[in-house]
Design a protein around this ligand. Structure first.
Ligand SMILES: Cc1cc2nc3c(=O)[nH]c(=O)nc-3n(C[C@H](O)[C@H](O)[C@H](O)COP(=O)(O)O)c2cc1C
Length: 200
């Protein structure tokens, strides 16, 4: 797929078949993430590629527990408010039913940690679309960086003491009628462009 097609047709996929992602395909997707630019070429992203359903289940349970302990106000970010409400009902699964989750950690004391993680996440999502896999950016693990139980579990998976989660992406084979990722066009009504051409 042409790079512009991969960018322009990428949409978030939130329904997946349980089939594991082929190992070679996952490696290629991770390589796309690793090829993202980084501030001063720091290359400090740490990709935790989770494909063990038991680990994904444990993470989902810890996320639900953490959210169910939180309260909302009218100022709570709308998506976070929904996550908390669903968690209190025991009906929340932050990673939907995806068979793979790439957690992007980075050093807590590094000023470009969020930016480097986000550009790597975009590379991963574009690569997924080009390869016919669905993907979706997932923010809950970043919101819950301060949760002790979740941090301890992420450390047991290999996240270093001086790292925190700054982005994550779920991916897998889409559970759609045609087996292709969600690609319904989403009109651009925001993301303003102001041209400042050279004066003639
Ligand atoms: C920073 C960021 C955080 C996001 N967090 C979540 C999330 O936690 N859960 C989710 O389902 N989608 C999440 N999304 C996906 C957005 O909802 C989605 O990109 C947006 O609605 C536009 O739809 P599209 O991706 O299909 O073009 C996130 C996207 C970004 C860029």
């Amino acid at each position: 797929m042409d790079v512009f097609d991969a960018i322009f047709t990428r949409r978030s996929t939130r329904s997946y078949r349980p089939d594991p992602v082929d190992a070679g395909t996952l490696d290629k997707i991770l390589l796309a993430g690793r090829h993202a630019p980084s501030g001063s070429n720091s290359q400090l992203c740490h990709f935790l590629a989770v494909t063990d359903p038991a680990v994904i289940d444990t993470l989902a349970g810890l996320v639900q527990q953490a959210f169910s302990r939180m309260e909302t106000t009218e100022n709570t970010y709308i998506s976070l408010r929904w996550s908390i409400k669903q968690s209190k009902k025991g009906a929340y699964r932050f990673c939907y039913n995806a068979p793979a989750l790439i957690i992007i950690a980075n050093r807590e004391d590094y000023g470009n940690n969020v930016a480097d993680s986000a550009v790597a996440a975009e590379n991963i999502m574009i690569a997924c679309n080009a390869l016919g896999l669905g993907s979706c950016y997932i923010n809950q693990l970043r919101w819950l960086n301060g949760d002790p139980a979740l941090s301890e579990y992420l450390r047991s998976l290999g996240m270093a003491e001086n790292e925190r989660v700054y982005a994550s992406v779920i991916l897998g084979y889409p559970d759609t009628a045609d087996g292709l990722p969600e690609r319904t066009p989403l009109p651009r009504t925001g993301n303003l462009v102001t041209y400042i051409p050279a004066k003639k």
